[in-house]
Design a protein around this ligand. Sequence first.
Ligand code: AG3
Length: 286
Amino acid sequence: MKLDSWATETYRDFYAMSFRIKKTLFSGKSDFQNVDVVETEGHGKMLFNDGLAMVSERDEFVYHDMITHVPLFVHPNPKKVLVIGGGDGGTAREVLRHSSVEQCVMVEIDEMVVAACKEHIPQTSSVFSNPKLNLIIDDAVKFVAETQETFDVILVDSTDPIGPAQPLFGVDFYQNVAKCLNPGGVVVSQGESPFFETTMQNKLLSVLGEVFPVVKIYNFHNITYPGGFWSFTFASQGLHPLKDFKEERVEQSGLEFQYYNAETHRAAFALPEFMKRNVKGLIKEG
Ligand code: AG3
């Protein structure tokens, strides 16, 4: 990534998104990736991993609302939640707003991401002082293979399937994820762009389909990832994201959101025709 006056994410050599930089706050190279935190003119502070935009203060609420509240309002009583990746803290922050959640375990491979966000992006990282959060710096692939702990909901908040996140898109990983779920568990994963990553999305959906009886995909809009239209996958051992969604629970929770509500929850699962065609045969209604 060029760190002059613009921070530019170049996507597959045919598309680029640029953010005007006010100030570079942190630039480092960890054992896993380049980590940059910049202050931008239009998007607030931003985190880039290997030149890929991960978080902007301006719209992180969209991603973090949708990765978290969709599964946490479908599961009837989520007490223990595992976040894989998510080193900026935004996902764990939203998880711990749910009063049923007693513990959130977060397994992030890259300590540098956590440290850079702790220092520069408190909007997401303030959660690291929450006593209900157990942060483990480790390889999540190894963690899910070895742990005896089980969870009600698992959120895979990963970067793109290149570099350190690559194994997080494979069947071995999801077999272990399933092993770590309590009966009735739900897993939601970062699902990439429906425009640019059709092959990848289909691979992820088919991997999930080998392991889970319910497999769905849902979308959200943002102003930070290439194309602005992005997906999450939803997989479970039985719970259906719409049929088992008791929408009165949203209001009863007393929580306020910036993107999520019962309507955006339902609407997110409405797929445009091109996506319906692409994912044909890979969606499982249970
Ligand atoms: N996770 C990364 C989403 C994918 C972004 N991809 C890209 N810019 N090419 C975001 C982490 C938020 N907690």
